[in-house]
Design a protein around this ligand. Structure first.
Ligand code: F6P
Length: 413
């Protein structure tokens, strides 16, 4: 494979995670090391939008110590986007513009960090570059708390969110049973179409401080059945904790907030979720009459860097670093993924997955991991998730508060 000399660009896309910047640190530190091959290393402002607008940062001007701090800094340091590229056959405007920008800045390496929609974007760009004959190596870097990317054992970002969800559920469990009166708590967890994150509340139950009921989007949600489930636990315990995914839908395909009103839609046609806990809490209050609290974990579950899994931080960094190494070695049109090694001890190996295979295919919680009643997960999930949340990330502290990375963000153009 011939040596490809030129510049590299990295973009972050979709909802952030608490470890997404660890992948950025992996990409940047490795790309900056590849002198003689990669000349300039750019960070796109707001993902693909920054490339279209020719707004990118010169990462070579950043202080290496700040790049190191990215490993423990949550949210997308470069800014993110939810921008959908049209299909090339329908509208080639963006594609022409992208090619123009890539050529103008001699971009020969493109790394895109995101979930399903972002891998679709990455795949479209990869195919455009191939068809146009412009040599540029494209590698997707996985990221999503939803854990629903196809072909990989798990996705960077999931484990840290799972650790936060399990820990917070354990803490809420203790708080929600202090009074001698009845109480129902509904905890709403993210995950638009897949229940991996909500299932993580079972890790709290595994430690004896978890929910009584877990509802995932993999199973049609029946509000009458949920009420019967809740009444059963309440009659016995007078305390009930419910973990529910924001993505549960009735068999008619309605999300819970849609039962009481309209919801907004984003560029990808995804409905803006959130509000499920409040709707269900109000409903249970009306039906059962005891004290009820709805808790939406909302953004906290995806930016809680103080509770990140060290395993996740390290693997996220590795994913970014590997993307650069693979591209420099001549690989293109792949996403970096993980494969769990055989054996009782957890070991994660790298695998590469064709972008064509990964784009727009969602991976869900296997139905055999969900109980027959559709209101909890079994031991299989615990075996899967427990190794991923191991280890504590060491966030730098200054004045008793986290010291997050401060990038100079020097504009390259
Ligand atoms: O990226 C995945 C995700 O975190 C989903 O779990 C959630 O539904 C969605 O993003 C929220 O997106 P936004 O930040 O655009 O509201």
């Amino acid at each position: 494979m011939s040596k490809l000399i030129g510049n590299a660009i990295f973009g972050q896309s979709g909802g952030p995670t608490s470890v997404i910047n660890a992948s950025a640190a992996g990409v940047f530190t490795e790309a900056l090391r590849q002198t003689g091959v990669i000349e300039k290393v750019y960070g796109a402002a707001n993902g693909i939008v920054g490339i279209l607008n020719e707004k990118f940062y010169d990462m070579g001007q950043e202080d290496p110590a700040e790049l190191e701090l990215l490993k423990t800094t949550p949210s997308s340091a470069l800014g993110s986007c939810r921008y959908k590229l049209a299909d090339l056959k329908d509208d080639d405007t963006d594609y022409k513009r992208l090619l123009e920008v890539f050529k103008k800045h001699n971009i020969r390496y493109f790394f895109y960090n995101g979930g399903n929609d972002s891998m679709d974007t990455c795949n479209k760009i990869s195919k455009l570059l191939q068809q146009s004959g412009y040599e540029c190596r494209v590698i997707g870097v996985p990221k999503t708390i939803d854990n629903d990317l196809f072909g990989t054992d798990h996705c960077p970002g999931f484990a840290s969110a799972a650790k936060y969800i399990a820990t917070t559920t354990m803490e809420v469990y203790l708080d929600a049973r202090v009074y001698d009166t009845g109480m129902i708590t509904v905890i709403e967890i993210m995950g638009r179409h897949a229940g991996w994150l909500t299932a993580s509340a079972a890790l709290a139950a595994h430690k004896g401080h978890g929910p009584d009921l877990i509802y995932l989007p993999e199973v049609d949600f029946d509000i009458d059945k949920m009420l019967a489930d809740v009444k059963k636990v309440y009659a016995k315990e007078s305390k009930v904790i419910i973990a529910v995914s924001e993505g549960v839908q009735t068999k008619e395909g309605k999300f819970i907030p849609e039962l009481v009103g309209e919801v907004a839609v984003d560029a990808f046609g995804h409905k803006q979720l959130g509000g499920t806990a409040t709707v269900l809490a109000n409903y249970l209050k009306k039906e059962i009459g005891c004290k009820v609290r709805g808790i939406e974990l909302s953004l906290m579950q995806r930016c809680a860097a103080h509770l990140a899994s060290k395993t996740d931080v390290d693997e996220s960094f590795l994913a970014g670093q590997t993307a650069v190494r693979c591209a420099v070695d001549g690989m293109t049109d792949y996403m970096v993924g993980f494969q769990r090694a055989e054996g009782s001890e957890y070991k994660c190996e790298i695998k590469l997955i064709k972008l064509d295979d990964v784009a727009n295919t969602e991976s869900k919680v296997p139905l055999e991991w969900i109980n027959d009643e559709g209101n909890f997960v079994n031991e299989k999930f615990i075996e899967y998730a427990l190794p991923l949340i191991q280890g504590e990330s060491e966030v730098a502290i200054e004045d008793g508060l986290p010291r997050f990375a401060k990038l100079k963000k020097v504009l390259a153009v």
